[in-house]
Design a protein around this ligand. Structure first.
Ligand code: SF4
Ligand code: SF4
Length: 164
């Protein structure tokens, strides 16, 4: 009589909508808090490397000079630590999973030319300021040394004790 126990469930299911979808013919629907993959707003990134240090899988790398941020998505476990550590909040976990593939190819994001040019200008300005500060410091030290030298020459020599 076990069949009688399943009959109500079987009947109910006959009139319910299927719980499966026809993916990929139909787009996938992800739960609101699905941990799919990491996305970056690359132009907001300041290349500080906090995300790289926070990543437990060593899947991230940052090149400050080239303005790039690289992730190997096949190594990423979508733990979200990098998003928590990013001081600019330019990383986020979004729905949608990494497509399967035969190769582990890292993905590199590069800042826009405008942002790169602005960063380069800032670096140049900072280098010029640092060079000017160093030159001023050296000049001040030289002037101080020049002031001290004649004073030392003009000072009377210490008198030798007279022999009696
Ligand atoms: S989500 Fe986790 S594993 Fe993936 S890049 Fe960020 S810190 Fe690394
Ligand atoms: S922590 Fe954020 S700002 Fe810093 S390098 Fe990573 S993505 Fe860029």
């Amino acid at each position: 009589m076990a069949i009688m126990q399943f009959a109500p469930t079987a009947l109910k299911n006959m009139f319910k909508k299927p719980v499966t979808t026809s993916y990929p013919a139909e787009p996938a629907v992800y739960p609101e808090r699905a941990r799919g993959h990491i996305e970056i707003s690359i132009d907001d990134c300041i290349s500080c490397g906090m995300c790289v240090r926070a990543c437990p899988c060593g899947t991230l790398s940052v090149d400050r000079n080239k303005g790039t941020w690289t992730i190997d998505r096949f190594d990423c476990i979508v733990c979200g630590y990098c998003t928590e550590k990013c001081p600019k909040k330019c990383l986020k976990v979004v729905p949608g999973y990494q497509e399967p593939g035969p190769d582990k190819t890292p993905v590199t994001y590069t800042k826009s030319p405008e942002v790169l040019a602005a960063e380069e200008a800032k670096r140049k300005e900072a280098a010029e300021k640092a060079a000017a500060a160093m030159a001023a410091k050296k000049a001040a030290e030289a002037a101080k040394a020049a002031e001290a030298a004649p004073a030392a020459e003009a000072a009377p020599a210490a008198e030798a004790p007279k022999a009696e």
